[in-house]
Design a binder for this molecule. Structure first.
Ligand code: GN1
Ligand code: MG
Length: 364
């Protein structure tokens, strides 16, 4: 997995797209937990170069085929090149390049005059990100979902995530269970809740749609001058899924008053004003296309994504940090604690969240 990213090596990779780094610059870019990202500048032209994480994406070819299919579909439905982060096809016609070590690389369009935020700076920023994700959902409403490969099976199957978590606790592979007793007990105590969305799906209330599945605000580009919604990025996890988990993951990340890896839990809270703001933007972006009984499950979606993500961080901590990129040994434990605090606040405010959604629906 470890590769030496010398300039010569990266220049060699870029040559597969017929790009000459000779006079250009290349530097690490962004804050993703999974792939490795570089910004390439050649004269005035910029590109995003990424190495795909093969530990996470076992079938990188399918990931790229999904992305190519979806971006081409979206491009056909818009005249604005900044509305879609397109993929560059390499000289051999493929949307990726494989290096000598079998690692997969891709080159993406750089969206000009756009910004990407780690947290909303204003309520309007969050509202715009909601419009972007809602619109993404809406734009793909007629996309043939059966042509999308499920590149990470059961990605948001929280019951399966819980099983994996229980196995990690049982195995205690690196002897860390003792240091996470309270957190383990918390995620165990919600066992009954994890099947809620699957049950709603089985009951016909929650259909499978084409969803993004990683709807953090840092996966949205906003116009740098107007700060209006431009496009959604990081399309690795486009798969069939539920609208309310796309909604919920945005709340988990963006309606938290603190960062995902904040150590001071007194800074973590659920901002109900941001919750409402996002709900309004998302529903507007969706073009009123979601039935009321589906929309009413948005609070469940928010709580599910928070518990699931917290459980995933904790599973990774207990397994020795093999999945998410970490900066220090307890990083994943710290992340699982912020999610725990946020989920506790969601438990307390659950009826308020329900009421907010009901009110928005009644206004229509
Ligand atoms: C990962 O790559 P990034 O940072 O956008 C993860 C998401 C998690 C998120 C938590 C493929 O997303 O599922 O919610 O970290 N992506 C994958 O910050 O596992
Ligand atoms: Mg990302």
């Amino acid at each position: 997995m470890t590769q030496n990213f010398t300039r010569e090596f990266l220049a060699h990779i870029l040559s597969s797209w017929n790009i000459d780094l000779n006079e250009g610059t290349i530097a690490p870019h962004g804050n993703g937990h999974i792939n490795i990202t570089f910004l390439v500048c050649i004269s005035e032209k910029k590109y995003i170069l990424q190495r795909i994480n093969r530990n996470v994406f076992k079938n990188p070819v399918a990931v790229m085929e999904n992305i190519l299919r979806v971006t081409e579909y979206l491009q056909e439905h818009t005249d604005d090149s900044r509305r879609v982060m397109g993929v560059y096809v390499a000289c051999d016609g493929k949307p990726y390049v494989v290096d000598e070590e079998g690692e997969y690389w891709r080159l993406l369009q750089f969206v000009e005059d756009a910004i990407c935020l780690e947290a909303p700076e204003t309520k309007e920023d969050f509202y715009q990100s909601a419009i972007a994700f809602g619109r993404f959902q809406y734009d793909l409403r007629d996309f043939p979902s059966h042509t999308i490969v499920e590149t990470i099976p059961d990605f948001h199957n929280t019951e399966k995530r819980f099983e994996a978590f229980c196995r990690a606790v049982e195995e205690d592979a690196v002897g860390r269970c003792e240091s996470a007793k309270e957190e383990i007990a918390f995620y165990m105590s919600h066992a009954e809740f994890y099947g809620t969305l699957a049950r709603a799906h089985a009951a016909g209330v929650l259909p499978l749609r084409v969803t993004h599945n990683d709807t953090k605000i840092n996966n949205v580009m906003l116009d740098a001058s107007t700060r209006g919604a431009l496009c959604v990025i990081d399309l690795d996890t486009i798969m069939p899924g539920f609208s309310v988990t796309d909604f919920g993951d945005s709340i988990r990340f963006g309606a938290n008053t603190g960062a995902e890896d904040e150590r001071d839990l007194s800074r973590i809270d659920l901002d109900l004003d941001l919750f409402e703001t996002y709900a309004r933007g998302f529903l507007l972006g969706c073009g009123g296309g979601l039935p009321a009984e589906e929309v009413m499950l948005m609070p469940e979606g928010a709580k599910m994504m928070t518990l699931e993500c917290g459980m995933r961080f904790l599973t990774d901590y207990l397994s020795g940090d093999t999945y998410f990129r970490t900066a220090y040994p307890e990083h994943n434990l710290v992340r699982s604690r912020t999610q725990m605090k946020l989920a506790q606040r969601m438990d307390e405010e659950f009826e308020t969240m329900k009421k907010i959604i009901r009110t928005i629906l009644e206004e229509k």
